[in-house]
Design a protein around this ligand. Structure first.
Ligand code: PNS
Length: 160
């Protein structure tokens, strides 16, 4: 069974993320979507909420499961017999950052990383820009699912 992991912060998941996960699921038998914690990125949603958002968005995609994880990607993958990480690459900045992690992961345990070029439609979309637009009251509906747009607005509403 070919198993892959798609780790990310997913805060919130964008249509670009969902595209990469869908394409990964077309190549691999089983995909673990991993909601990790990046200490350099201030959060909007709790990791458990991101898991819920992803589970809802990916409910119709067979062979995909979503998990929160706290340690190293290499440890999760070794413990779950996953040999490949798949990451979407939007441009040179992503590639620099991801290639460095990919190389260290391979040096640590032999974990391989495959890069999928972002669909041009989503190449400029990032969770951090979606959060910015949402916080400042702009329209971000075209970058996320309707459910995630609604949950993001709810999250940012003054009473929450
Ligand atoms: O949204 P991101 O920035 O692509 O997500 C990054 C994340 C959380 C997936 C990444 O930081 C990660 O894999 N963290 C787990 C710890 C780890 O394995 N770090 C890399 C060591 S080479």
């Amino acid at each position: 069974m070919r198993r892959a992991a798609c780790p990310g912060s997913y805060d919130p998941p964008t249509l670009g993320h969902l595209d990469v996960i869908t394409r990964t699921a077309a190549i691999f038998d089983h995909v673990h979507v991993l909601v990790g914690f990046n200490p350099n990125k201030p959060g909007l949603f709790e990791p458990s909420e991101r898991v819920e958002l992803l589970e809802e968005a990916l409910a119709d995609l067979p062979g995909v499961e979503v998990h929160q994880f706290a340690g190293l990607t290499v440890d999760y993958c070794r413990d779950n017999r996953i040999g490949t990480v798949v990451k979407g690459i939007r441009g040179a900045v992503d590639l620099d950052y991801e290639a460095q992690m990919a190389q260290l992961n391979r040096m640590m345990t032999g974990l391989e990383t495959l890069f999928l070029p972002a669909e041009p439609q989503w190449a400029a979309v990032s969770s951090s820009l979606v959060r910015d637009i949402a916080r400042l009251g702009g329209s971000f509906d075209q970058f996320v699912t309707p459910q995630i747009a609604a949950r993001t607005r709810q999250k940012l509403a003054p009473s929450s």
